[in-house]
Design a binder for this molecule. Structure first.
Ligand code: HEC
Ligand code: HEC
Ligand code: HEC
Ligand code: HEC
Ligand code: HEC
Length: 372
């Protein structure tokens, strides 16, 4: 009935120090759960099954069905047995995946509840920076860190003039669900950080709502927002929350949440990217969400693209370093829809600086923009 091995069967492999309450006893003694506990456990499994991590039908676990296996480069985040192997919990070397991963193997109990997963406390990001002291949030951080960093952009553009089109360049994509990269800000350099500018580090929210699992239920992945609104009074929707009051996107309206400022800047950046691509890089560009590699040619420059045109052979190729930096940061903001909670000032800074950079070559009114 269960689609994963519940911790009760893993007995000694559980690190008990991190499991509290009655479950601790069950796990410690290897007892068959009393009926009340069995019920709680069943409830937990059902919650998980209804969550994105337990969604057997999701593209995240079905994308490789034709090939029959998840490639090594993708496997530890997209297939439970490979995550277990990556942690070294199956006796293999930690930090590597040697074989393609199983398809249709979502992120189940055994992903987060092995001794190795419980012991994991430090995680290396794509920039190479290691963050320690993550505790329960370490597993989340492995998979929600993205696959590129601003450092990758810096390396890719080395030696190319800012506005020179180069066939050596192609779009670098941070990937999906990059909450941890955004939350840790400049500490891990998930965004492209313009030289000479200072960027905020990890967003320190408030005690009790400062880590992945403090806000997200680890089993449903959902956020209980009633608690948020208890502190952030006067709004009914978390997207209306705001504690900083500058007009970051320069639209003259500061009545909505910080979310609206980020979206406002994002929209302005997209317009600027299109203007720059047409006028300086020489070929119009268009963004198509959800389709790799996201940026495509737009021959008639009307900004519209059909799914049939948003295909790899029609990918954008006239990259200049300046365009790549801005397009990379635009994607970082797009790929963390919770970024306004995870680290609003970092996203505002990245978007702001990208707009300013493009304004050196195309006409953009940046006078009313504010940088946090
Ligand atoms: C560091 C972890 C990590 C690696 C490595 C990784 N992914 Fe992902 N990927 C994720 C996460 C997390 C999500 C889901 C995020 C969300 O739904 O918010 C995701 C989502 C996806 C999706 C689903 C997109 C959708 O529209 O629902 C596809 C397809 C995908 N990844 C392809 C790949 C491919 C191909 C590779 C290897 C080249 C890869 N991933 C490697 C973490 C990773
Ligand atoms: C994505 C990671 C993740 C997955 C998947 C996951 N868990 Fe957990 N689990 C956690 C974390 C993190 C905690 C600690 C949460 C806390 O107390 O802050 C936890 C706590 C628990 C606890 C202790 C509860 C308590 O009240 O202390 C049990 C039991 C448990 N999980 C069972 C399961 C079972 C069964 C599954 C599969 C259906 C599962 N977990 C899947 C991350 C996960
Ligand atoms: C082994 C990799 C892995 C681990 C560990 C992991 N996730 Fe995920 N997470 C994913 C993937 C893949 C998806 C996308 C699932 C889908 O498409 O159904 C996802 C989806 C999510 C979503 C839903 C995103 C959306 O677009 O709605 C949230 C929220 C989330 N994870 C939070 C967490 C938290 C919090 C933890 C730690 C307790 C965690 N994840 C641990 C890989 C992982
Ligand atoms: C202050 C509370 C808070 C913290 C801390 C937090 N999150 Fe979130 N997260 C949220 C909220 C709220 C949303 C939903 C925002 C929305 O949809 O408007 C969200 C959204 C997400 C999403 C879905 C984003 C999307 O594209 O739809 C993922 C994945 C995620 N968080 C993972 C994480 C991970 C991993 C961590 C730790 C590195 C983390 N979160 C830390 C509150 C938090
Ligand atoms: C104990 C009170 C408290 C709780 C609970 C709380 N917050 Fe906050 N929140 C704050 C404070 C204080 C700040 C200002 C932090 C800073 O910028 O240094 C803040 C900042 C924010 C911001 C940034 C606003 C801006 O203008 O930049 C967002 C978004 C936010 N919180 C969302 C949430 C969400 C979502 C939750 C629930 C998961 C939540 N908060 C729970 C007190 C709280």
């Amino acid at each position: 009935m269960w689609h994963c091995r519940p911790p009760a069967e893993e007995g000694a492999s559980m690190s008990l120090s991190r499991i509290r309450g009655p479950f601790a006893l069950v796990l410690a003694l290897g007892l068959a759960p009393a009926s009340a506990l069995a019920e709680e456990l069943t409830e937990l499994v059902e919650k998980w099954l209804a969550s994105p991590h337990g969604d057997y039908g999701s593209l995240s676990f079905n994308y490789w069905n034709k090939e029959g296996g998840v490639p090594v480069a993708c496997a530890h985040c997209h297939s439970q047995p490979s995550f277990v192997a990556w942690l070294g919990a199956d006796g293999s070397e930690a930090g590597v995946v040697e074989h393609p991963g199983a398809i249709n193997a979502p992120i189940g109990c055994a992903s987060c509840h092995t001794a190795a997963a419980h012991a994991l406390d430090a995680v290396r990001f794509p920039s190479g920076v290691r963050v320690d002291g993550l505790g329960w949030n370490a597993t989340c951080t492995v998979c929600h860190q993205g696959r590129q960093s601003g450092d990758h952009v810096t390396r890719a553009i080395e030696g190319i003039g800012s506005d020179d089109v180069s066939t050596d360049l192609s779009f670098l994509n941070i990937h999906y669900g990059v909450a941890a990269a955004v939350m840790h800000g400049s500490e891990v350099r998930g965004g492209f950080q313009y030289p000479g500018r200072a960027y905020v580090g990890r967003f320190r929210h408030v005690a009790g709502a400062d880590t992945c699992v403090a806000c997200h239920d680890a089993h449903t992945t959902q956020v209980e927002t009633d608690g948020c609104l208890g502190c952030h009074r006067g709004v009914e929707d978390i997207r209306d929350i705001r504690t900083r009051h500058a007009d970051f996107d320069g639209d003259g309206d500061i009545s909505a949440g910080v979310h609206a400022e980020i979206i406002g800047l994002q929209d302005r950046l997209y317009d600027a990217i299109r203007t720059y691509a047409a006028d300086v890089a020489g070929v119009p560009i268009v963004y198509f969400p959800g389709r790799f590699p996201y940026y495509f040619n737009d021959p008639d420059g009307d900004g519209a693209i059909t799914p049939e045109e948003a295909i790899f052979p029609n990918r954008y190729r006239n990259w200049t370093p300046r365009l790549l930096q801005a397009a990379y940061n635009y994607q970082v903001a797009k790929k963390d829809a919770g970024g306004y909670v995870h680290n609003p000032p970092y996203l505002l800074q990245l978007l702001h600086d990208s707009l300013e950079s493009l304004s050196e070559r195309v006409e953009i009114d940046t006078r009313r923009l504010r940088r946090p």
